[in-house]
Design a binder for this molecule. Sequence first.
Ligand SMILES: [Zn+2]
Length: 425
Amino acid sequence: MHHVVLAIFLFTLGACIGSFLNVVIHRVPRNESVVFPPSHCPACGKGIRWYDNIPILSWIALKGRCRFCHGPISPRYLVIEAVTGGLLVALYVCYYVLGARGVAATEPLGSSWPMYAAHAALLCGLLACAMVDIECWIVPLEACWVVSVVGLLSAALKPHPFLGAPVAITPKLFGRPFVKPALYDAGISPTAGAIALAALVGVGLAFVLLRYGYIRQSFIDASDRQLDQDPPEPPPASSGKKKKKKARDAAVVEKEDVPVNARKEILWELVYLAPAAVLAVAAWLVVTKVPAARGVWKSWHEAGPIAQNLGCAEAAVFGYLVGGLWIWGMRILGTLAFGRLAMGMGDVHILAAVGAVTGWIVPSVVFFLAPAFGLIWAIRLWATKAQRELPYGPWLAVATLVTMLFHGAVVGFFATYAQAIKQLW
Ligand SMILES: [Zn+2]
């Protein structure tokens, strides 16, 4: 019974968050503040009254029209609110009712809510990123950063049983153990923790150097999704898309006017990553080769009031770096190999955020799972002759959702194959 009450509460909460996501999805790509001004009708500009701003219900009551000018209000508002509510409920049901992640066995929502909140924030952030990415071909990096910070804070303040704390739990799917706990533990060793913290400092240092002009930025705007990575342009299906296609064509033409040596440009990203690599190696040497440092570092992780918090925070940072590095590594290698830009920086930030919240295992699985979803879509497009290609961000989002909700099955599947490959070697 209490599951039903909680589900209703979470759906309502999710619908309210969805209402905010609608604002984010509409305003962030337009470089507008998400706080000010308050919601207004896009047609007549009149402010929306509080009683017309109730998630889902108001849209239905007004039949999708503005109260004043009767201009249409996109059904997207209704859909996003309902989907966000649905995501929060699905997350709760999969984690706490079906035990897809072994949470219910150890901790109810009452005590593990910071973990639930971080995972819910991740799903909400991914939804916003996917929507903006589909519409504008950009990833709102701010959304990724907020989610990453939430993930790190939640891990540091309330250690998750599966995110680095030394608690061995048996992962379950539908209440039954699925794989050996050892395969599952997203926790990391103190040495890996030291490497992760040092690498994060290195990334921060490089960011400061970039801001003050000591490192040159690669390409024109490395923070935006690069547009010349898409497949050949298919004929657009509608006028709205036509406009976007034209803008993208223009962007591509501009780039062709000023020849860019992608292989040379990508080297600046290696320079950016160099401080992180140097510090990571230094940290590894210190905690493994210097006996005094090794002893102190180990003792911090074994006892004391913050041992678990430290371990979990390190696991979050490690996940953040591993998630980001999968895509960034692929971007650098792909660009060096093919001489044209592979993958957008936005995707790096998306998978980094996934890792900050869930640890290193989920983004590693997502990295291999996402192309499969993209491929299914491509086959469908080819079979139906419909033309609507999508950027990569939404596939990362879908793969993350599937990996989180069916954690036991998906991670177990990959763990089994990873072990088989390991044995072949
Ligand atoms: Zn209006």
